[in-house]
Design a protein around this ligand. Structure first.
Ligand code: AP5
Ligand code: MG
Length: 208
């Protein structure tokens, strides 16, 4: 199964992808995580991406598209994948479509997780990540155990100014991509408020 998760920053894409990937038995490919790894390793790609990520802007289409195409061409993605954060522009969506069509495969579902802007700011500023396990926590809605609180890190783009830019980029550059998938009849809207379990249930029933 080939699935795309789209939604504004902090919609819960990463959180839900980690919950459902085992059930679907497909690899979770998160463009943001891959870019952050490249930034940490200071690769040429990371150095280029960092300039945009710091400001909350999208990294140029060709850079991200090339990175994802290489990843999904690997043997472990042959039976499917769960894309989180890619595509994010109409140009990226078209490039993905074209590449898959060459192998005579297609996207099965596009899950659009909908969360109001006010909730995004609350969620994202309280997000923390465990660098040891990669687990995402939230100081308010999903608090970490006290024993590990010291080692948790906050993403540098989770400050209010950068977040507002990321949110604006979503509305300006990502939302216009939605009609492309609407025309194909594969978009499923997921109400993103509620407990993690409730949102997961909605996603799983949309995939059935
Ligand atoms: P990326 O890492 O993809 O960030 P994003 O899309 O802004 O999304 P987030 O990871 O912030 O949110 P999420 O939806 O995964 O939410 P999470 O599950 O963590 O991209 C970062 C940057 O990389 C971009 O700004 C851009 O520069 C670049 N980039 C990446 N892909 C690109 C592309 N394709 N093209 C160009 N540039 C690209 O949850 C958030 C918080 O909420 C957590 O604390 C969680 O615990 C909590 N939470 C989750 N669900 C709930 C719930 N139901 N109730 C309450 N709290 C909840
Ligand atoms: Mg994420």
């Amino acid at each position: 199964m080939r699935v795309i998760l789209i939604g504004p920053p902090g919609a819960g894409k990463g959180t839900q992808a980690k919950r459902i990937r085992k059930r679907l038995r497909i690899p979770h490919i998160a463009s943001g995580d891959m870019l952050r790894e490249a930034v940490s390793a200071s690769t040429p790609l990371g150095q280029q991406a960092e300039i945009y990520m710091k400001k909350g802007e999208l990294v140029p289409d060709n850079v991200v598209t090339e990175m994802i195409m290489e990843r999904i061409s690997r043997p472990e993605c042959e039976d499917g994948f769960l894309l989180d954060g890619f595509p994010r522009t109409l140009q990226q969506a078209k490039a993905l479509h074209k590449a898959l069509a060459r192998s005579d495969v297609h996207i099965d579902h596009v899950l659009h997780v909908k969360v109001p802007d006010e909730e995004i700011i609350i969620r994202s500023t309280a997000r923390r990540m465990d660098p040891v396990t990669g687990r995402i926590y939230n100081l308010k809605s999903d608090p970490p155990p006290k024993a590990i609180i010291e080692r948790l890190i906050q993403r540098s783009d989770d400050n209010e100014t950068t977040l507002r830019n990321r949110l604006a980029a979503f509305h300006r550059q990502t939302e216009p991509m939605i009609p492309f998938y609407e025309k194909q009849g594969i978009i499923r809207r997921i109400f993103g408020l509620g407990t993690l379990e409730e949102v997961e249930c909605r996603i799983l029933s949309a995939l059935r």
